[in-house]
Each structure stands twice: as structure tokens, then as C-alpha cells.
Design a protein around this ligand. Structure first.
Ligand SMILES: [Zn+2]
Length: 600
């Protein structure tokens, strides 16, 4: 008997990608030829340049980088093909074997090439300055700058070697211990032993008693492990403090900002702007409380689903919604996105063996991106399609920067995808007349935006308090960490959500704090940037679009601040971040108006 899922066809069932622009298939003899040829090229490169980078003229250095780039591109073409293939059928042993073989091969290749970047990073200042200023190297200037930016924070080669070796049993070991501990922990619930993901999923249950009991069960187990978790947090915070001191980073967040290619001042302006608008969060949760018909909203009620009207979309409808919204912005956006459909660059339907989720793979500049979906026809899937095609258009346009300068840092990596979503979302809202569907779409959008903006910044405030205190007060107790957590979280919710005593220890399971300290603000950065750009687009109209496409075309060829400058964006101005925050406020106001209409 057919299940309901198979009965409800989406029209995406036969929409599969054609990877032959990369390789004809897993048996394509070109794969072996490319592996052999690229290995030879890497050997020749090392033989020519190892130990010689400092003796090159600017023109010779240019040729060396171009050859380096070509080798990296050839290796990527192989690796990305194997990866794309494998995600369509992870159980296929031949796909798995090819992926594993190429991963190991690429690691070896990297070993052969690593000298090149190291010699540049360690080059004396006068040599580096001369090269950076030389017109012959103008094309690669940013790559040269970015590769060298860690130089002031590097220690001697011998010290680096010791640190790298000891980190395996230091920082990395503690981070892995945390992962394994959390991965192996089970949470008893209704006679079952649930994983962390499964117990946390119960917080989305429409039944309040389920949410409340799940929060209790989760807390009970965390509390048993609290001494261990506190010790891990302290150890890794202390480890980071000594790293930052040895490498002369002025604050706990500076090294992360360097990774993200933004200055400390820009990040401070962002944080100040967001924390000043926590009132928007409280305003929304007051609305949500009344929509759920509750007297009080507790921490375990935050994710309760609203009574929502869910639409269903066929593949062709989803395609038209995205292409029309893109086309209204600029015909070139629709033209590029249209190629993904017309030329089979999308793998759309879910099927057995296929990995879950969605992504857009840039592949290599000489080919084009491919988009991977698991389209089931929900409104969320339409937004995911808009998101991935936003990445796709960005990746397509930035190909002209070449392999080394195509990609943007984390802070702007989600710009085009989120902007693509905004285009489709606002077009959808403009067309949809059913207030229930509009409210459901708005609530999704608001909660997604809160998760990326306010929640991440409040978590950044917790990290800030923890790292600062660890450096001045020494070892921190669980109670002290819980105090930081409650202060920073309550500041965001105001009086709209009542945080229970249980919630006080929920800092202790967040892996980002330990694995990538300082990471969380990047989400808020990207989202607010897009909302501000979108506000500008609405004010300016059509003249905005060509300049936006120019920004996409620039890829990662310069610092984000410089790339965004043509759009009139000054990231250091606190006022800039206000623009995005006002957009979120207006979403909440729209939701309030819809509710008032419904009740009136
Ligand atoms: Zn994305």
C-alpha cells in the first residue's frame, strides 16, 4: 500500500542533477588521469619553489600563485565530484571508497604544497610589503594579505610545533571528551532513553506538559554531570586565555574577529546595537503568549508551535515563486537561477540513501555550482530553495575571482542566501491574502531571525562574561557560570519569558562555547547585514540591484568592509545595525497587526 508521502507527489520526483560537467560518472577514465596529472603538477611545483619563495620577483611570484591555484582547483574538482556523488547515496560502497581515497590523496597533496603559504607567512616585512604593493600582484593582493594576517600572532617555529603537538592531548582532547560525553548521554523520558536531539525536540511539542517534563528530564541529567561540565568549561577557558596571552591578542574575541576578517570595533558596534534592542524580543514573546492562550510563558514554552496554516507547494510552483521574486529584483538574478532548473544543476527530491538537508556547492570556477535539496513541498522547503539558489547565484557570479579568492569569510557567507530568502518571503507576503497563512509565515520568519540575531548575541554576552571572569577571577564555579547565563538571557527576554531555576544550568550543553569560542556572533552579523541591505533596496528601488550584483561578483577578493562600501554600508557605524533591527521590529509589528485584525 502506498503511504501518504508517496501519494502526495510534488513534481520534483524526477528532478535530478547531471554531474557530467564535472565528470561523466564514477567510471570516467578522466578521474584517474586527473589524479595522476595533478600529483605530478604538485611534485613539480614543490621542486621548483620550495625554499625559493623569498628569491622570487613579483612576476615570478604571480606565476607561482597562478600555478598553485590551478593545482588547488584540479584537486577540488575531483574532491567535490566525489562528495556530491556520495551525498546522493551514502550507502553506495563505491562512492564511499572514491570519497575516502580522494580525501587521503588531497591530504597528501596539501602536505606537498603547504610550504608555499608558510614561506609567504614567514617572509620578512620588507619583502612582503614590496610584493603587496607591486602592480604585477594586484590580482592576488587580498589572498596574500589574508594568508599573512596571522603573522603578528605567530610564535617561533619550534614553539608552534610544540603547541600543535600538545594541543592533541590538551584543547582537542577536552573538546572531544565533551562531545563524547554529550553524545553518549541518554535522557530518561516516558520509559525511553532519549538522545539529546530527541529530548530537545520535545520542546517543540504542542502539548505543554510534554515540553515541561522534557525540560525537567533534560535538566536532571545535566545537573548530575554539572561538576564535570564545569571543569571542562574552566579548563578550555583557561587554555584559551593562555593562548591569547602567548599570541598577543588584546581580548578573548580578537582571534575570532581576525578569522572573520572584521575589526574588534565592528563587532562591538554590532553587539551594542543588538543588546540595545532586546525590547523587540519581549514584544514578540508577549504576542506569542497571548496567541498560545497562556498566562505565563516559561523557558520551556519558547518553541511551542503556533496554531498554523501550512501550505503545500508543487515543485513548479516553488520554482516560479523563486524565479519571479528574483526577477523582480533584477532580471540577471532570475536568468542565473533559471539555469539551475533548465540545465539540471539541482537534485531536488528525497529518496532512499540520499543525505538529509540542503546545500549549494560552489564546485570550481571553471564549472558552476550545484544545488542539493530534499524537497517535500512545505513552505519551509520553498524558503530553503530560495536560500540555496541565493548561494548559487553568489557562487556563480564570484567564479571570476578564481579558486583562491572566490569564497567570502563566515560573516558574509550567508549574505546572498539570506537576501534570496528575503526576496521570496516579501514577494510571498505581498501576494498572500489569507491572514492565517500570513501570520504563520511571519511567525516562522520572526523566530528564525531571533534565533540568528538575538539569541546568538545573548550567547556572545555569556561567553564574554565567562572568558573575562576566568581571566580575572580564576576558576569559576557552576553557580558563577549560571549567574552569567541567567543575567545574559534574562536581559534578552525582559519580563516576557519566565526563566525557571532549571534553565540556569542550560549553558552547560552548548558545544559552540567550547569548540569554536566566539563563533556565535557571526550569525547575527550576516542576518542583520542582509536585513539592512534589504531596507536599502526598498528605499532605493531599482538602482540598488546592479550594485548588489557587483558585490556578489567580488566574492572574497577584498575585505568585507571594502566589498560592501559601494552599497553605502559602513559597518563601524552603530546606526548601520539599527537599520536591520528596525526591519525585525517591523516584522513583529506586522504580526501584531494581523492578530489584532483576527480578533477584531
Ligand atoms: Zn546557507
Amino acid at each position: 500500500m502506498a503511504t501518504q508521502a508517496t501519494q502526495q507527489r510534488t513534481g520534483a520526483e524526477e528532478v535530478r542533477w547531471d554531474l557530467s560537467d564535472l565528470y561523466a560518472g564514477i567510471d570516467d577514465p578522466q578521474i584517474e588521469r586527473d589524479i595522476a596529472q595533478t600529483t605530478e603538477r604538485a611534485d613539480a611545483f614543490a621542486a621548483t619553489y620550495r625554499g625559493r619563495v623569498l628569491s622570487l620577483s613579483a612576476e615570478e611570484l604571480y606565476r607561482a600563485i597562478a600555478e598553485f591555484e590551478a593545482i588547488v582547483e584540479a584537486a577540488n574538482r575531483l574532491g567535490v565530484f566525489a562528495h556530491l556523488l556520495w551525498t546522493t547515496d551514502a550507502a553506495n560502497a563505491r562512492y564511499g571508497a572514491l570519497l575516502q581515497r580522494l580525501t587521503e590523496w588531497e591530504a597528501q597533496l596539501q602536505q606537498k604544497l603547504v610550504f608555499f603559504e608558510l614561506e609567504w607567512v614567514n617572509a620578512p616585512d620588507d619583502f612582503a610589503q614590496a610584493m603587496l604593493a607591486h602592480p604585477a600582484l594586484a590580482h592576488y593582493r587580498h589572498w596574500l594579505e589574508v594568508t599573512r594576517r596571522y603573522q603578528p600572532h605567530r610564535l617561533s617555529e619550534a614553539e608552534e610545533k610544540i603547541l600543535a603537538e600538545k594541543s592533541v592531548t590538551g584543547r582537542s582532547a577536552w573538546a572531544r571528551f565533551f562531545s563524547e560525553l554529550m553524545g553518549n548521554t541518554r535522557y530518561p523520558f516516558d520509559g525511553e532513553e532519549l538522545t539529546q536531539a530527541a529530548i530537545l525536540a520535545r520542546l517543540y511539542d504542542p502539548d505543554r506538559s510534554v515540553r515541561q517534563r522534557a525540560a525537567q528530564a533534560f535538566t536532571d541529567v545535566l545537573r548530575q554531570q554539572l561538576p564535570t561540565l564545569t571543569y571542562i568549561f574552566n579548563t578550555l577557558a583557561a587554555d584559551k586565555a593562555s593562548d591569547d596571552r602567548l599570541r598577543k591578542f588584546p581580548s578573548w574575541i580578537s582571534s575570532r574577529n581576525l578569522d572573520n576578517q572584521v575589526s574588534d570595533a565592528v563587532v562591538e558596534a554590532l553587539i551594542e546595537a543588538v543588546t540595545a534592542r532586546y525590547d523587540i524580543v519581549a514584544r514578540y514573546y508577549r504576542l506569542k503568549r497571548s496567541l498560545l492562550g497562556l498566562d505565563r510563558l516559561y523557558d520551556y514554552d519558547r518553541y511551542a508551535p503556533l496554531p498554523a496554516a501550512e501550505g503545500h507547494y508543487r515543485w513548479e510552483q516553488a520554482r516560479d515563486m523563486v524565479l519571479e521574486a528574483y526577477g523582480k529584483f533584477h532580471p540577471q538574478m532570475a536568468e542565473i537561477a533559471g539555469q539551475f532548473f533548465a540545465r539540471s544543476w539541482i537534485d531536488a527530491p528525497p529518496y532512499p540513501g540520499k543525505r538529509s538537508g540542503a546545500y549549494s556547492a560552489s564546485t570550481v570556477p571553471s564549472v558552476h555550482p550545484y544545488v542539493f535539496m530534499n524537497f517535500t513541498g512545505s513552505a519551509r522547503d520553498v524558503m530553503t530553495l530560495a536560500h540555496e539558489l541565493g548561494h548559487g547565484v553568489h557562487q556563480y557570479l564570484s567564479r571570476e575571482q578564481g579558486m583562491l579568492q572566490q569564497h567570502t569569510p563566515l560573516t558574509t557567507a550567508e549574505m546572498a542566501s539570506t537576501f534570496g530568502e528575503m526576496l521570496v518571503f516579501s514577494d510571498f507576503m505581498a501576494r498572500e491574502s489569507d491572514p492565517a497563512v500570513r501570520l504563520a509565515m511571519l511567525a516562522h520568519k520572526i523566530e528564525d531571525t531571533f534565533a540568528t540575531v538575538f539569541r546568538q548575541i545573548s550567547m556572545n554576552r555569556f561567553e564574554h562574561a565567562m572568558h573575562t571572569a576566568r581571566r580575572t577571577e580564576g576558576e569559576l564555579s557552576s553557580e558563577r557560570l549560571s549567574e552569567f547565563w541567567m543575567q545574559t538571557q534574562q536581559a534578552m527576554f525582559g519580563d516576557s519569558v519566565e526563566l525557571t531555576e532549571n534553565y540556569a544550568i542550560w549553558w552547560s550543553y552548548v558545544p559552540h562555547f567550547l569548540q569554536v569560542p566566539g563563533y556565535v556572533y557571526a550569525y547575527a552579523f550576516g542576518e542583520l547585514l542582509v536585513l539592512a541591505l534589504f531596507a536599502r533596496y526598498r528605499q532605493e528601488g531599482d538602482s540598488f540591484a546592479p550594485r548588489y550584483l557587483q558585490v556578489l561578483r567580488a566574492g572574497g577578493s577584498d575585505w568585507p568592509e571594502a566589498i560592501l562600501a559601494p552599497l553605502g554600508v559602513d559597518l563601524t557605524a552603530p546606526d548601520f545595525w539599527q537599520e536591520g533591527l528596525r526591519e525585525i521590529e517591523s516584522l513583529v509589528a506586522q504580526a501584531e497587526a494581523l492578530v489584532a485584525q483576527g480578533q477584531g
